[in-house]
Structure formats: C-alpha cells, structure tokens
Design a protein around this ligand. Structure first.
Ligand SMILES: C[S@@+](CC[C@H](N)C(=O)[O-])C[C@H]1O[C@@H](n2cnc3c(N)ncnc32)[C@H](O)[C@@H]1O
Ligand code: SF4
Length: 455
C-alpha cells in the first residue's frame, strides 16, 4: 500500500529541476557527502506481483487478470531483475522486503521463496528482517498462508477493506466479511503480533455512525497494526463512472474528515499509537518497510510497474534516481529476459527534489523529521534555517498545526489531518532556500576563480 502513499506524496511534489551544470557540481559535491556509505549501502526491496482475480471497482493500481499460467517465467524474471538491480545499486544489505500488488497471495509460495533466496545470495538479508506479504482474504489462497510463512514471510498485511457485505459488493471485492475475519484469525495464529489490516473509509453511502461500529468490530478481532485509507476516487475506474453517472454517492469531505478523526480517537482508546497519516500500531508493531519510505531510505522496486529510488553506484552513479519498471507483465518479462531488467524510466533526482521527498514523506510521520535525520540529507541547510523565518510557516506554527523545536519539524495532532494543505507552503520555502544557497555557492566559487586568475 505504500505505493499509494508514495503516489500521493510525490503527486504533491512540484516537478522542478536544476538545469545549469555548475549547480549540478555543487549538488554532486553535497550529495557525495550526504549519500554517504550508510545511505547507499542499504535499501529496502519492493516486489510487485501484478495479477488479481478480478478488478475492484475503485482500484487503479497496476494489475491484470492472468490469461495463462506463466508463473514459472514470472518467477525467473523476478529473480533476474532482483539480481540486476542489486548489482546496479551495489546495495549490500536489504533491510526489509515487501511483496505487494496486485494480489501477491495468489503467487505460489515457492515464487516468494525463490525471490528471497536470490536476495540472500546477492546481499545480506538478516533472518529477522521484515518480510511482508499483502494478502487478499479470498477463499483461493487461504490454505497457503502457512506455506508463505515457511517460504520466509513473517508479516501479513490483509486487505479487509470493509466488514459490510453490501460495501464489499460495491467495491467489487471477491470475499465476504466472514472470509476476511477468518483470514485475519489464521494470520494471527501464524504471525502473532505481525498482522496488519487495511480498511478503507469514505466509501459509497457510508455514514460516520456505521463507520464507528465497523471499526469497533474490527478492533475486536485485529492484531497490532491497522492501516486506514480514505477512498480516493480514481479516474478510469468503474467507481469513478458510477459516481459520475449518479449511481452511487460518496460522503462529503466534511463527513470523511469526521470519519478520520473519529477513527484516530477510537484507535487511540484501544491502545494504538498513530505513527503515520494512515498507520496505527500497538506494541510498537510498526511497519519497518513502510517507515523506511517515510524516512527517505533507498528502495529497489522489482516487478511490473514497480517504483524504486536508489543510486546506481554499479554504473558510476552518484545521484539518487527515481526508477519505474515497465507496466505490462508480458512486455516486462520480455525486457527482463533481454536486458536483465525492465526499467522504463529513470530520472536523476536533484538535491532539491531529494529534499522535497524527504520533507513530504517525513511529514507524514507523527514524529516528523528530526534535525539529525534532516542533516543526513541536508548537512548545510538546517530545518530551522529553512523554515524558521517564513511568515507562512510562522502562521502554521502559531495556529498550532505545525511544530518546529529542538527535535525538528512535525505536525501537531490537528495538523496531521491538514498536511496536504500545509505542504505547498513548506515546499516553496524549501525551494527558495536551496536555490538561494546554490546561488551563494556559485557566487563564492566565481569569486575564488577570479582571485586565482588574478594571482
Ligand atoms: C492495491 S491494494 C493491494 C493489496 C490487495 N490486492 C488488496 O486489495 O487488499 C493495497 C491497498 O491499497 C488500498 N487502495 C487501493 N485503491 C485505493 C483507493 N482508490 N483509495 C484508497 N485506498 C486504496 C486498499 O486499502 C488496499 O488494501
Ligand atoms: S485485489 Fe487489490 S490490487 Fe487487485 S484490483 Fe482489488 S484492490 Fe486492486
């Protein structure tokens, strides 16, 4: 699901870039120091399984209904692309693995085992590293949970979405609430303390009262991690058409905002700490994999349509790249067979773009961004320097939505619900300071050159 959070996060980023080459030199200089050994040697790994049994009415993720059984080839290609990208990144330690989709619980457990084996051969993957599998609670695949566990999965993220029959039908899900509850129970038996449930709110015709009841029911059965996603109406989906044609109505913004706040309070009362906009954990059962995205750590994305962010050290790269793999599974497989990987798009991230991501992703966490962490990416421009003088930011601080103190920068409880509206002001301030610093550095460089020319 992090891909969703990431998409939302990166959508909020304005695509601006440096074009002049001497700015690039400064950037590289800074990055050589910030993207230092620790940052470039570690990464998390996302593996995308692109197949689903059917299309849910709201979903625009990269998924396909399989036409034939090609799992053998798919497995080989996932292994090959993993090897290639590990080699390209020169990452020596994979800190966590996430099998997402699509519906990766439709894959054969031997596929999961094969990918993990490849990772272990090419990099260090500790026995205790978090290995998550997204699971659809469909009857197909239920019996396989134990086999996934044996294959090396140690955390299960179950797409419950709703506990209402009628809603599951509108959403186009292929399971009942009972099947979802059985899957959660079975998962808890296998991985106690390491089971997460995904639930969506803001669903068609949903009321705050029914949401409260549903959440209470869920809290009676769930484990120690809950992800709550506000339903996004995505263009091109069946739900989008239904809403456009007036066949179904979504709750208003005010109602969904109330649902979010009510869920935060309820989860808190049940001992769950919110650690990110959509994520809540008890007993510190946070998702290490997702947290690594919010902390701006490198990640490698393998499989059709997967996204990655890493420095291609293996081919002499010094800047982090945003990489996207080919979307369509058959074409993806062909490219992997031909070239060892199917990277369709590579964009070098400028220093500003990297900081924008660290900011946008970091502010999603309740802890926000601490000074030390920011310094890793921005050693010469501290959080207080960037945000301490802006009048817009001051207003957010005075309103109590934002906190800037000795720890760093973060949202208040009220502010976290308003993050999207605060980000533009923060991004403008960041851009202004980074550009100003680049100009000052350029000026100083020019001055030094003139002095040495005169001597
Ligand atoms: C893309 S799904 C993949 C996992 C699995 N196939 C499933 O459906 O549970 C990951 C999560 O994304 C969330 N999601 C997908 N589309 C969404 C949308 N339009 N709005 C909000 N959340 C969405 C769902 O909560 C889902 O559990
Ligand atoms: S099962 Fe998951 S990935 Fe597949 S269509 Fe439904 S929401 Fe999307």
């Amino acid at each position: 699901m992090i891909r969703h959070a990431l998409q939302a996060g990166t959508r909020a980023l304005c695509r601006r870039r440096f074009s002049d080459t001497h700015s690039r030199e400064v950037v590289e200089d800074v990055l050589e120091r910030t993207e230092s050994a620790r940052i470039t040697k570690q990464a998390s790994l996302y593996v995308h399984w692109p197949y689903c049994l059917r299309r849910c009415s709201y979903c625009n993720f990269n998924k396909y209904i399989p036409r034939e059984d090609n799992e053998h080839m798919m497995t080989e290609c996932l292994q090959r692309e993993t090897e290639t990208l590990l080699q390209l990144s020169q990452v020596s330690c994979i800190t966590s693995v996430f099998f997402g989709g699509g519906t990766p619980s439709l894959a054969d457990p031997s596929t999961i085992a094969a990918v993990l084996e490849t990772v272990s051969k090419r990099a260090c993957l500790s026995d205790t590293a978090e290995v998550t599998l997204e699971v659809n609670p469909t009857p197909v695949g239920k019996s396989k949970l134990e086999d996934f566990f044996r294959a090396g999965v140690n955390r299960l993220s179950i797409g419950v979405q709703s506990l209402q029959d009628k809603d599951l039908e509108i959403l186009g899900r292929d399971h009942s609430p009972q099947q979802a509850l059985q899957t959660v129970a079975e998962a808890r038996r296998l991985c106690p303390g390491r089971v997460s449930v995904d639930v969506m709110f803001g669903r068609p015709e949903q009321s705050v009262e029914s949401w409260e009841n549903e959440l209470s029911e869920l809290l009676r059965v769930c484990d120690d991690h809950v992800s709550l996603y506000q339903l996004t109406l995505e263009r091109g989906t069946q739900l989008f058409k239904q809403v456009l044609q007036g066949e179904v109505t979504l709750p208003t913004e005010e109602v969904t905002a109330e649902m979010y706040q009510c869920a935060r309070r309820t989860l808190h009362q049940h001992g769950f700490l919110q650690y990110e906009v959509s994520n809540f954990a008890r007993q510190n059962a946070v998702s290490h994999h997702n947290r690594s995205y919010w902390k701006g750590t490198q990640y490698i994305g393998v499989g059709p349509g997967a996204h990655g962010r890493f420095v291609p050290v293996g081919e002499g790269g010094v800047l982090r790249e945003a990489r996207t793999q080919t979307l369509e599974p058959d074409i993806w497989m062909r490219e992997v067979q031909q070239k060892g990987h199917a990277t369709r798009r590579r964009i070098q991230l400028s220093h500003l773009e990297l900081l924008e991501e660290v900011l946008v992703m970091g502010m999603r966490m309740t802890d926000g961004i601490n000074n030390k962490h920011w310094e890793l990416f921005s050693p010469h421009l501290g959080l207080h320097e960037v945000f301490g003088t802006s009048s817009d930011v001051k207003e957010l601080l005075q309103r109590g939505q934002l906190i800037l103190d000795d720890r760093g920068l973060r949202c208040s409880w009220e502010g976290l619900a308003l993050l999207d509206s605060m980000l533009p002001a923060l991004l403008v301030e960041l851009e202004r300071h980074v550009n100003q610093r680049l100009q000052e550095d350029d000026h100083a460089k020019g001055q030094t050159k003139r002095n040495s020319d005169l001597q």
